[in-house]
Design a protein around this ligand. Structure first.
Ligand SMILES: [Zn+2]
Length: 236
């Protein structure tokens, strides 16, 4: 007879794998790209605010573009002036977690708190949440639903955490961009302002306007888009 411990461990393992494959990699049911027939894209930045925020703001303003910033609680506390600068320049502020920790490394009671924190918690919603690393635990979707948070992922990565130069990274990202795309960048890497400059120039040349997510607006990731995400998550 199988011991109950083995059965529980098996169930836990299946839930963890399902959260990773269905939640993070495929992203089914989360928010992602918007209308492919429109003329808009959304540029999003994770991890800020920080010392790089002012430079990103000046590139955005030079191009007349507005973006969405997914901020963490520690960064928002340390960089209050930058947070206010984002707000007053008309960019959209959303949550990237109370800690920058993958959901699978948090016990459920801490993940509850992770999902709950939001830089505009006192304002009317919608309130968006992008989990650090896009990571999902078996609880992530349930907690987001119970707390009125909508999970947002992306369809194009700027890969600004790699060692590529701005021109090459922009070219790689632009190959995947289409109308409605949600582009993932970071507020932190040294290469990002120049990469952003390349991206915004080419987006404008293609007649695509960079808008905050609430003006895109994002759509739910469906079956086929989820399959594409799965393939690109696990090696293209
Ligand atoms: Zn992050």
């Amino acid at each position: 007879m199988r011991s109950p411990v083995v059965s529980w461990a098996g169930l836990l393992l299946v839930s963890v794998v399902a959260a990773e494959v269905l939640g993070r990699a495929a992203g089914w049911g989360a928010l992602g790209p918007g209308n492919p027939e429109g003329r808009r894209v959304a540029v999003t930045f994770d991890d800020g605010p920080g010392p790089q925020t002012a430079e990103l703001l000046s590139v955005l303003s030079r191009h007349g573009a507005r973006a969405t910033f997914f901020v963490t609680e520690p960064a928002a506390k340390v960089h209050r002036p930058e947070l206010e600068a984002l707000r007053s320049a008309g960019h959209q502020l959303e949550a990237h977690g109370r800690w920058h920790i993958h959901a699978l490394l948090l016990p459920p009671w801490l993940e509850w708190s992770q999902v709950r924190w939001h830089p505009r918690a006192h304002e009317a919603g919608p309130h968006l949440y992008r989990p650090p690393y896009g990571g999902h635990s078996p609880w992530t979707r349930l907690f987001a639903c119970l707390q009125g948070r909508q999970i947002v992922l992306w369809d194009v990565e700027g890969r600004d955490w790699t060692s590529g130069d701005a021109g090459t990274l922009a070219e790689q990202a632009l190959r995947r961009v289409r109308a409605g795309s949600v582009i993932l960048l970071h507020d932190g890497p040294a290469v990002t302002p120049e990469l952003l400059d390349h991206l915004l120039s080419e987006l404008a040349a293609r007649g695509l306007q960079a808008v905050p997510l609430n003006e895109l607006p994002p759509g739910h990731i469906g079956f086929r888009a989820g399959i594409r995400r799965l393939l690109s998550s696990y090696g293209r």
